[in-house]
Design a protein around this ligand. Structure first.
Ligand SMILES: NC(=O)c1ccc[n+]([C@@H]2O[C@H](COP(=O)([O-])OP(=O)(O)OC[C@H]3O[C@@H](n4cnc5c(N)ncnc54)[C@H](OP(=O)(O)O)[C@@H]3O)[C@@H](O)[C@H]2O)c1
Length: 348
């Protein structure tokens, strides 16, 4: 034993995972971390090795590998996929074995998403709804339906914590925005781009005018990539400082990443304004995507209609950890033009 904390990291090359890993590598206790990342690219693995991160080449679909690497870790950061149940089951199996063999109480920090709050709030953009979830309202959180998005995975994690062989904490980012800027991006290791806003931009560029689902009235929370990656560090530090029992875990361990709310139409309007400013459209006002466009740009009508769901969240639990997000919805709207420009550059 090196005396260091063994950490198993899944998603090191991703938008969220890379941004959090960049902060872990600059953490005041970084020299006490022994990080092993599961990555698919040999090239990125070599770059991570140079930063002091051990790597194993492989996929999280290889559940035997995930189980073995999880068993070897006191802390697992699950940053790659909010919906892959077999991967999470393999992590939990590994942690269970570790607990049985060593008596250690390992820690899982998993990434879910506020998509879990959209269940029953699907209005295809035609209306805002008034159900607002508060991550410090444990009864409200416990009552989220098992059929909600991500919840099957989250429920498996709650069960593991209840069984007592590990302690689990789940961060639920909302619409994350901003192009990540850190030394992992500079080294060509991580993806610097988010998902939801870039998809609206790509669809809008594709059709030559900003688009939205329905009337764009549905509401979602948003958070800047810098702020949400800070939340992981603040949560980790709280667990280390206060001990696993000093921080709410299991079914009480839901932490939203949210610092403001937007109507999807406002995002589309900002995309439209950027398109007009860049000479790519004559009208800034967005129009509704047709079903054919949803299929073309989002993969299916059902997937596209996700941009017309409501997810309303207040991150009081996260803030109670001492998290102080800096960026607001105004910053999110201001981030859209640079995002459009970055996408245009990629498409050249
Ligand atoms: N971005 C958001 O706004 C947001 C908000 C809430 C929740 N989430 C959820 O958070 C999760 C991560 O999102 P993200 O934005 O960080 O996505 P991302 O940038 O696409 O990152 C995904 C990460 O998972 C890795 N990965 C994918 N398949 C893998 C496999 N089979 N084996 C090993 N690694 C694999 C990728 O590695 P490669 O480099 O090899 O592809 C990458 O490191 C997703 O489930 C997403 O839905 C995202």
């Amino acid at each position: 034993m090196s005396g260091k904390t063994p950490i198993f990291y899944i998603g090191a090359t991703g938008y969220i995972g890379g941004s959090v890993l960049a902060k872990l590598l600059k953490h005041p206790s970084a020299d006490t971390f022994d990080i092993t990342a599961l990555v698919r690219s040999e090239d990125k693995a070599a770059k991570l090795n140079k930063l002091g991160v051990r790597t194993v080449i492989g996929s999280y679909k290889d559940v035997a590998l995930v189980e073995r690497l999880s068993e070897a870790a006191h802390v697992v950061f699950s940053m790659a996929d909010a919906d892959d149940l077999p991967m999470v089951q393999a992590i939990l199996k590994g942690l269970k074995q570790r607990h049985a063999k060593l008596g250690d109480l390992p820690i899982l920090i998993h990434t879910s998403g506020t998509g879990v709050l959209t269940h029953g709030q699907e209005t295809k953009g035609m209306a805002a709804t008034d159900v607002i979830y508060d991550d410090s309202d444990f009864e409200q959180i416990a009552n989220i339906k098992p059929e909600a998005l991500h919840r099957n995975v989250d429920n498996a994690i709650f069960e593991a914590d209840k069984d007592g062989y590990c302690r689990t904490y789940i961060i639920l980012p909302s619409t994350i925005y901003g192009i990540a800027q850190n030394h992992l991006v500079d080294a060509g290791i991580q993806n610097p781009y988010s998902i939801q806003i870039p998809m609206v931009i790509k669809a809008s560029l594709g059709r030559g005018r900003a688009g939205m689902v329905g009337k764009g009235l549905a509401l979602w929370p948003n958070v800047h990539i810098e702020d949400v990656s800070d939340l992981y560090i603040i949560l980790y530090d709280a667990i280390v400082t206060k001990g696993t029992e000093g921080v709410d875990h299991g079914i009480r361990g839901y932490y939203f990443g949210e610092n403001g709310e937007h109507a999807w139409g406002d995002i589309s309007r900002a995309v439209g304004q950027a398109m007009v400013a860049l000479g790519l459209a004559t009208e800034a006002e967005p129009t509704a995507f047709t079903d054919e466009e949803l299929e073309k740009y989002f993969g299916s009508v059902e997937t596209g209609n996700y941009w017309g769901t409501n997810s309303r969240a207040r991150a009081n639990h996260s803030r109670a950890l001492g998290w102080k997000p800096k960026y607001t919805t105004q910053d999110m709207l201001a981030s859209i033009k640079p995002e459009v420009e970055a996408i245009l550059k990629q498409q050249k």
